[in-house]
Design a protein around this ligand. Structure first.
Ligand code: ADP
Ligand code: MG
Length: 247
């Protein structure tokens, strides 16, 4: 399986969507390695393939061509059931819309995922831990409709990381948030990476959100058109978008 430090290894990865007679080449040969501990932003215009790439890396959709290995598993060879297992055991997801279960409280939303993962008696302790750790304990008993969008998205992050996944995939996680809530969310995710070494791949349009990244991969028309690493100084000073990404 190669090197344990490479969480995602894409080689000339392609994805073609077919609807009737129409073919859309969403990814046209993406080669990319994502290493443990990266805080990677995927940027690019609408339709450039960001969601497609995240969906493939998240084992949510099937590869058309090329190679894709995620956490040592060859996704081109993995069946539906094995993909579901990989998602459940090892990956965390945060989507653009908050996707919490409306009838469940914040705590129950977190525990629901743990339950699917077969966590038994520890569930309550684990949900309490993660909500506390992320400063969300006062939201524990609220349902989604009793929370702001920003609060719901923070709970969605808590739910995504409750099982300590190695890799968290977030598709435009701040798209529905105002600037202040976007910053709170990014700071929270960044802390999980800095303090726990959790690896994040997130897509975004927002330069203020890109500023938090340790690395920025730009997709253009289904291809990687730029791949830039940030230096340590920039990482420590994410609030200055004007100086970011130009290196
Ligand atoms: P982005 O997230 O960067 O906006 P997407 O990955 O959603 O880009 O889309 C890439 C291309 O693939 C676009 O042309 C889009 O219309 C097309 N596409 C995405 N999903 C589907 C689908 N399920 N069926 C057909 N075409 C799709
Ligand atoms: Mg998208």
């Amino acid at each position: 399986m190669g090197d344990n430090n490479t969480l995602v290894r894409a080689r000339d990865l392609t994805k073609v969507y077919r609807t009737g007679d129409v073919e859309v080449h969403a990814l046209r040969g993406v080669t990319l390695d994502v290493h443990a501990g990266e805080f990677l932003a995927i940027v690019g215009p609408s339709g450039s393939g960001k969601t497609t790439l995240l969906n493939l890396a998240g084992a949510l959709d099937s590869v058309t061509g090329g190679g894709l290995t995620v956490l040592g598993r060859d996704l081109t060879e993995l069946g539906r059931r094995a993909r579901a297992e990989l998602r459940l055991r090892s990956l965390g997801f945060v989507f653009q819309a908050y996707n919490l279960v409306p009838v469940l409280t914040a705590r129950e939303n977190v525990e629901f995922v743990l339950e699917l993962q077969g966590v038994g008696r520890d569930r309550r302790a684990r949900s309490t831990d993660v909500l506390e750790e992320l400063g969300l304990d006062e939201l524990a008993d609220r349902r989604p409709l009793e929370m702001s969008g920003g609060q719901q998205q923070r709970v969605a992050v808590a739910r995504a990381v409750a099982s300590r996944p190695k890799l968290v995939l977030a598709d435009e996680p701040t798209a529905n948030l105002d600037g202040e809530n976007a910053e709170i969310l990014m700071t929270m995710m960044r802390r999980l990476r800095d303090e726990q070494g959790m690896t994040f791949i997130f897509s975004t349009h927002d330069p203020r959100v890109v500023a938090y990244a340790s690395r920025v991969v730009t997709l253009t028309d289904g291809r990687v058109s730029a791949d830039k690493r940030r230096n340590a100084d920039e990482k420590r000073n994410p609030k200055n978008p004007d100086t970011q990404g130009a290196s």
